[in-house]
Design a binder for this molecule. Structure first.
Ligand code: NDP
Length: 452
């Protein structure tokens, strides 16, 4: 039997090879390191996982599509963006993962997100593979008509690669209900098919699931509550800092408030707002979802309890809980030190890979409960899979039923991560637990299905 250290050496060689084979993709390297650095115990314990080629296949996407997206702005000028879809792994079901529209999008970013998605989707226990896509298009400041023309052009290429049994995109940064509507309309027009299950995050009344918009944020709060319960605490009366002010942040704040915690911050790329009375969600939703404005408008309109800090990061505000809900690498070592100094008890990732590896290490060393995104924010994709199930059955479930399922799934994910970490000698380490549990499910399916 191979020892853990021999296995780790093999995995380290593989990581070096990944860096050589995928140059200039630092986010993908980071995500691969984060997973492969925790797999040695399971690969050493179960010889079938050491089979040559298994992990090599896991880190290589099944298919990667890059395409031109030409569109006309309101002045009639032709613009050209780049579109991506990375279909990473379909051992457990159709590729599933969101579309991100943000100027920072490139192949490495989409590959990191797609790689994470494989393990996250496996953790939900549902039949969904991993994929991700998007474009370097920036929807900020664009009119509805421009966004529509962009989405139509994007789908005019993407439609040939997706389908309810093949690949099912959803939203992510810059892609919400408006964009999913335009994308679905164009798919329906081109294919002449009402194929509701081809996209999730659809609107109520035309195939969308109740609680899908809320699911990622709600799910993350449920995961944080489960971590606290494990330590004999609950959310009641805890102060929380939340970053971002988009879909995930808004519904994180909503659930925290409903469960008796006080969420006192939100942010966007211009800076953050701290509101000692707790974020007023009606006002935030009005500014962000209706007016598509910036968070400084919140502070202006809220009155004395709130202030806007330009360019700052929410992690400098003292709190019991931190829920990063904006983007990757938004919480670094210095931020982790500030959180620890201020006595943070738990950090739960609503965003994908928001905490740098050095910051994760510091938080775990300080005994802070740390919930990695692939477990903590899996509620969104889980309810997307429930949306697919409803579409398939041509039915729609009540909000109560969907939320009960979501609660059940999040508690199951927490238990799975917790027990798996303990089984492999890393009690309380949710990163190791999530990576190993997700890996086991995907690896078993890949081994059963042969070398493909
Ligand atoms: P939204 O587009 O709705 O909101 C994103 C928020 O994050 C905005 O406030 C945005 O501010 C801020 N933000 C984005 N990029 C940056 C940046 N580079 N620097 C500072 N702030 C930034 O996206 P979502 O809420 O859907 O997604 C947030 C995170 O959650 C992402 O990491 C996403 O991958 C992850 N996630 C989302 C899921 C979903 O169901 N939507 C599911 C699972 C994970 P600004 O407007 O100024 O750019």
């Amino acid at each position: 039997m191979t020892t853990r250290s021999e296995t780790q050496t093999t995995l380290d060689h593989l990581l070096t090879e990944i860096e050589h084979r995928n140059p200039a993709q630092p986010e993908f390297h980071q995500a691969a390191h984060e997973v492969l650095e925790t797999l040695a115990p399971v690969v050493a314990a179960r010889p079938e996982y050491a089979e040559p080629g298994l992990i090599e296949r896991l880190v290589e996407p099944e298919r990667q599509v890059i395409f031109r997206v030409p569109w006309q702005d309101d002045q009639g000028r032709v613009r050209v963006n780049r579109g991506f879809r990375v279909e990473f792994n379909s051992a457990l079901g159709p590729y599933k993962g969101g579309l991100r529209f943000h100027p920072s999008v490139n192949l490495g970013v989409i590959k990191f997100l797609g790689f994470e998605q494989i393990f996250k989707n496996a953790l939900t226990g549902l039949g969904i593979g991993g994929g991700k896509g998007g474009s370097d298009f920036d929807p900020h400041g664009r009119s509805d008509a421009e966004v529509m023309r962009f989405c139509q052009s994007f789908m005019t290429e993407l439609y040939r690669h997706i389908g309810e049994h093949t690949d099912v995109p959803a939203g992510d940064i810059g892609v919400g209900g408006r964009e999913i509507g335009y994308l679905f309309g164009q798919y329906r027009r081109i294919t002449n098919r009402w194929e509701a299950g081809v996209l999730t995050g659809k609107g109520q009344g035309w195939g969308g699931s109740l609680i899908r918009p809320e699911a990622t944020g709600y799910g993350n709060v449920l995961f944080a509550a489960a971590m606290l319960r494990e330590r004999g605490e609950d959310l009641e009366g805890q102060t929380a800092v939340v970053s971002g002010s988009g879909n995930v942040a808004i519904y994180t704040i909503e659930k925290l408030t409903a469960l008796g915690a006080n969420a006192i911050t939100c942010s966007d790329s211009s800076g953050y707002v701290v509101d000692e009375k707790g974020i007023d969600l009606d006002l935030l939703k009005q500014i962000k979802e209706v007016e598509r404005g910036r968070v400084d408008a919140y502070a202006e309109r809220r009155g004395a309890s709130a202030r806007f800090v330009p360019g700052g990061r929410v992690w400098e505000v003292p709190a019991d809980l931190a829920l990063p809900s904006a983007t990757q690498n938004e919480l670094d070592e210095a931020d982790a030190e500030a959180l620890i100094r201020n006595g943070v008890k738990a950090v739960s990732e609503g965003a994908n890979m928001p905490t740098t590896p050095e910051a994760v290490h510091l938080l775990q060393k300080a005994g802070v409960a740390f919930g990695p995104g692939k477990a903590a924010n899996a509620g969104g994709v889980a309810v997307s899979a429930l949306e697919m199930a409803q579409n398939h059955a041509r039915t729609s479930w009540t909000a109560t039923r969907v939320e009960e399922e979501l609660t059940h799934i999040m508690n199951d994910i927490h238990t799975t991560c917790h027990e798996t970490a303990e089984r492999y000698g890393a009690p309380g380490d949710y990163v190791t637990g999530a990576n190993i549990a997700g890996f086991e499910r995907v690896a078993d399916a890949m081994l059963a299905q042969g070398v493909i």
